[in-house]
Each structure stands twice: as structure tokens, then as C-alpha cells.
Write a protein that binds this ligand. Structure first.
Ligand code: SF4
Length: 77
């Protein structure tokens, strides 16, 4: 897995996190703690779950701070 500041990639998807938009609901960490780990750096581990589950969780982010795109498309989904 590759990581840059607030950008996390595996071979298929890239996840971006905007800390200014996050409202700290902790929903991601509570519901998918294998991936979103607020006490670890890097805090998003894309090896922790399937892409399908990660994407489903990102879509539940209430603020939109979490976004993703498929690497083959390079577009924010
Ligand atoms: S679910 Fe979204 S708003 Fe809530 S803590 Fe995670 S990134 Fe922030």
C-alpha cells in the first residue's frame, strides 16, 4: 500500500481524506476499525478489508471527508 499525506492507495483504489471537512463523527473508525484506525499512522490501512467494504464505508462518511476513486479511472467517485 502506498501512502502520501491524506492519500492512500492499493492496487485498485485510492482513498483521500480531507481533515478540514471531517466532523469527527468517528463513524469510520467504529464501523470498519480494521481500516480506519485513529491511533495508528498511517491511519487508513487499505489492506485491512476488501475494497467493496472500504468503499461502502466511505459512502457512509457524513461529511464527505473521505472520497475514493478507482485507479484505472483516476476520477473521484
Ligand atoms: S466518517 Fe467521515 S466525518 Fe466521520 S470521522 Fe470518519 S472521515 Fe471524519
Amino acid at each position: 500500500m502506498k501512502t502520501k499525506d491524506n492519500v492512500f492507495s492499493n492496487s485498485d483504489i485510492t482513498v483521500t481524506f480531507d481533515p478540514c471537512t471531517c466532523i469527527h463523527s468517528d463513524r469510520c473508525a467504529k464501523e470498519l476499525s480494521n481500516v480506519f484506525q485513529d491511533s495508528v499512522i498511517p491511519w487508513i490501512d487499505l489492506d485491512g478489508e476488501t475494497n467493496e467494504k472500504i468503499i461502502r464505508q466511505i459512502k457512509k462518511c457524513p461529511s464527505g471527508a473521505l472520497q475514493f476513486y478507482y485507479n484505472k479511472n483516476k476520477e473521484v467517485a
